[in-house]
Design a protein around this ligand. Structure first.
Ligand code: GLA
Length: 692
């Protein structure tokens, strides 16, 4: 909902539990007034009357107060908008108009600087404020956009801000770290062409929040290419966060007369429910407004990667499929190695037709076999890449990103196709469309296994645009494929969690959280991941023990299953080598997962104890039912294992535990906790409770 003051220069956006207000001064300065608990328009109007600080010759009267600081004038903060024309640089805008879109309540504020139009968009989705910006060149000459952030967020004056971020690297993504913010800027981002394993495009600020209490401000960017979020504590201790596509300010796009650029969405959320409350609000937002078909259950999948790596045949996959069906798997995915000359990572990328040696009859017979077993059928692709040893590269060496006369840097023996080129886009569309029509394929795992290094485009007058246009082309391709093949679900993968963001989640059904399938490491990765994203998209597989991909750690099937059951359960071990006893046990876990799946995938998540070495636990709650997944990493000195205090229950109700048959009072579970029965090392359990 948007309330507007009588003079049409103060706006208040309200969600069910929050408010956001801004004001335009007589000099057309757009000031931030409020972001936090709900307020009335009169409160916003009072804030609008507060006089500016200063004046001092060495400080800006605007810094730390503006909604969207442009370059130029008395501003010393990092500009959100930096524009250059043949004649000048910077922006001096005039307010043009505002309106509120009748359909979805988007508030649009329009400004103009001599033909360069800047529109700021605001939309409330629950308590999430979505912001984005459009820059349109309405003048006669080209305009270079050096930087155009999607939004700048301004926090209220407080002492002792702390910054939380989700950092990582390959096989160690989304690990939560919190540290005090000090003066200056903290910049996170990616200059790699994809979202990156190094940071999720998310930041959260608080002063004294805990998991279930206190104010948390968070923001998350919906962009799957290079990006930057800068968190600045200004000289007067004010904090602003500005973020958008592109890592630096050296050029985003060149807008010809009549062209425009719309930034990705940068979403912001204020919550006074601590980190847990903030996460649940983010999850609800993504399920309601971002993730396609979020109300549908994600099936239990089998993925062949760790079971067979590149060494695959039709017969062997068919045998795995039989084993997978026996334990209750619902979707069978053939990973890398089914196409072209792909017997290792040295060849084949780019040639999206089944390998004549391995699948001489194409994919259809295997897909039919999988369907006959009652499962859906999926495949792995990596369409944005090419191996130099491929039919495609031999025919089209000019289709890759490269600088003339320079080394074409290979990472994992592959090069990046230039998706900004129309011919490349068409090629990919035709081949993927044909592939999806050639066999009954229900699922596509879409991978991206290297970063950009040589982002050149010979012959193109403004090659920098490749960074933005690659992502736009990827989105357009996914959107087009989804529209043409509505039965196909998509998974976003980039060497594990290298491309997870709200942009990708808007067009994929789930994501590959990490190549790290070690069930213990996963607990920390999942703890970080769920700060922002819901379990509904967080794919997790049970693989072999000892772990083959990473660290050789041995763990029980129980521990591996309970760890993976906290997200979208998958199995990735070599089932042909699992004993009958292991397969029987696996079938029981899969059955149990299917029973608790509605809670895990659609319920509310409470992180009861973080994975810091001892006991950790999460709880999912939906209606009358709740389920606790608990893990004990190591028990020391024979000390008793603590109880886990549950959340979100009715204190006056009683709850029956299916596992123990015991009945507990809600108040007891909330305040004194539930005994998990865990002991020793790497133990785990699932406890189902129902209100009676
Ligand atoms: C990436 C993915 C893996 C697997 C391999 C195949 O590393 O993250 O899950 O698909 O590629 O080459």
């Amino acid at each position: 909902m948007v309330d507007i003051a009588e003079d049409g220069r103060t706006w208040l956006l309200s969600g069910p539990g929050s408010g956001y207000a801004l004001h335009l001064t007589g000099a057309d300065e757009l000031l931030h007034l409020h972001w936090g608990p709900p307020i009335a328009l009169a409160d916003a109007e009072e804030l609008a009357k507060r006089p500016p600080p200063g004046p001092w010759p060495f400080e800006s009267p605007l810094d730390g107060r503006e909604e969207y600081p442009v370059e130029g004038g008395p501003r010393f903060v990092r500009p959100a908008l930096s524009v250059r024309t043949g004649r000048r640089r910077g922006t001096e805008w005039r307010f043009v108009s505002y309106d509120v879109d009748g359909e979805d309540g988007t508030l649009r504020l329009r400004f103009d600087d001599d033909g360069v139009g800047v529109t700021l968009h605001y939309r409330m989705r629950g308590d999430v404020v979505e912001r984005w910006v459009t820059v349109a060149n309405g003048g006669p000459e080209p305009v270079e956009l050096l930087r155009a952030d999607a939004a700048t967020w301004t926090l209220p004056d407080r002492e002792g801000w702390r910054l939380s971020q989700l950092h990582g690297r390959w096989a160690a993504e989304s690990r939560l770290i919190t540290a005090p913010l000090t003066y200056g800027e903290k910049v996170i981002g990616s200059r790699r062409g994809h979202t990156g394993h190094q940071h999720l495009p998310w930041a959260a600020l608080d002063t004294d929040a805990t998991e279930e209490r206190g104010e948390v401000y968070g923001c998350a960017l919906g962009w799957s290419g290079s990006w930057r979020i800068s968190v600045a504590q200004l000289p007067d201790a004010r904090v602003q966060i500005t973020g958008g596509a592109g890592h630096d300010d050296s050029g985003l796009l060149l807008l010809a007369p009549g062209e425009s650029y719309t930034t990705p969405v940068f979403a912001g959320l204020w919550s006074d429910g601590g980190f847990g409350g903030a996460s649940r609000a983010w999850h609800a937002y993504q399920r309601a407004h971002v993730i396609p078909d979020a109300e549908r259950d994600r099936p239990v999948l089998f993925n062949s990667w760790e079971a067979t790596y590149f060494d695959i045949t039709e017969e062997q996959q068919a045998a795995l499929a039989r084993r997978a069906a026996e334990i209750g798997v619902e979707l069978f995915v053939v990973d890398d190695g089914w196409f072209g000359a792909r017997t290792s990572d040295r060849a084949g990328l780019g040639d999206w037709t089944p390998s004549p040696d391995r699948f001489p009859r194409g994919l259809k017979p295997l897909a039919d076999h999988v369907h006959a077993l009652g499962m859906r059928f999926g495949i792995w692709v990596e369409p944005e890449m090419v191996n130099p040893d491929s039919e495609l590269y031999r025919a089209r060496p000019d289709w890759v990103q490269h600088h003339p006369g320079r080394t074409r840097t290979e990472l994992r023996n592959q090069l990046v196709l230039n998706l900004a080129r129309e011919d490349v886009r068409e090629y990919l569309w035709e081949h993927l469309d044909t592939l999806l029509s050639s066999a009954p394929i229900d699922y596509v795992k879409w991978d991206f296994n290297r970063c950009f290094t040589d982002a050149g485009w010979p012959g193109e007058p403004y090659p920098q645009r490749l960074w933005v246009d690659h992502v736009r082309a990827l989105y357009a391709l996914l959107d087009r494929l989804r529209a043409a093949h509505p039965r196909v679900a998509f998974e976003s993968c980039s060497g594990g969690g290298g491309r997870i963001d709200l942009g990708m989640l808007g067009r994929t059904d789930q994501v590959w959280t990490s190549d790290n399938t070690d069930p213990l490491d996963r607990l920390a990765i999942q703890h970080g991941f769920t700060q922002l994203h819901p379990a509904r998209v967080m794919a997790a597989w049970v693989t072999d023990s000892p772990n083959t991909q990473l660290n050789g750690r041995a763990s029980s099937l129980r521990f591996r299953f309970v760890s993976a059951m906290a997200g979208v359960l998958g199995v990735g071990g070599d089932l042909t080598r699992w004993s009958p006893r292991e397969r029987t046990e696996a079938r029981r876990w899969v059955e149990l997962y299917k029973e608790i799946r509605p809670l895990v995938q659609h319920g509310e998540l409470y992180r009861l104890r973080p994975p810091t070495g001892g006991l950790s636990a999460v709880q999912y709650l939906r209606g009358e039912q709740t389920v606790v997944l608990a893990w004990l990493q190591a028990q020391h000195y024979g000390e008793p294992v603590p109880t886990v205090r549950l959340r979100g229950l009715d204190p006056s109700a009683s709850y029956e535990c299916r596992e123990t048959g015991e009945v507990h009072r809600g108040a007891v579970l909330l305040h004194h906790g539930l005994r998990t029965g865990l002991k020793g090392d790497l133990d785990a359990t699932v406890l189902r409770l129902r209100r009676i």
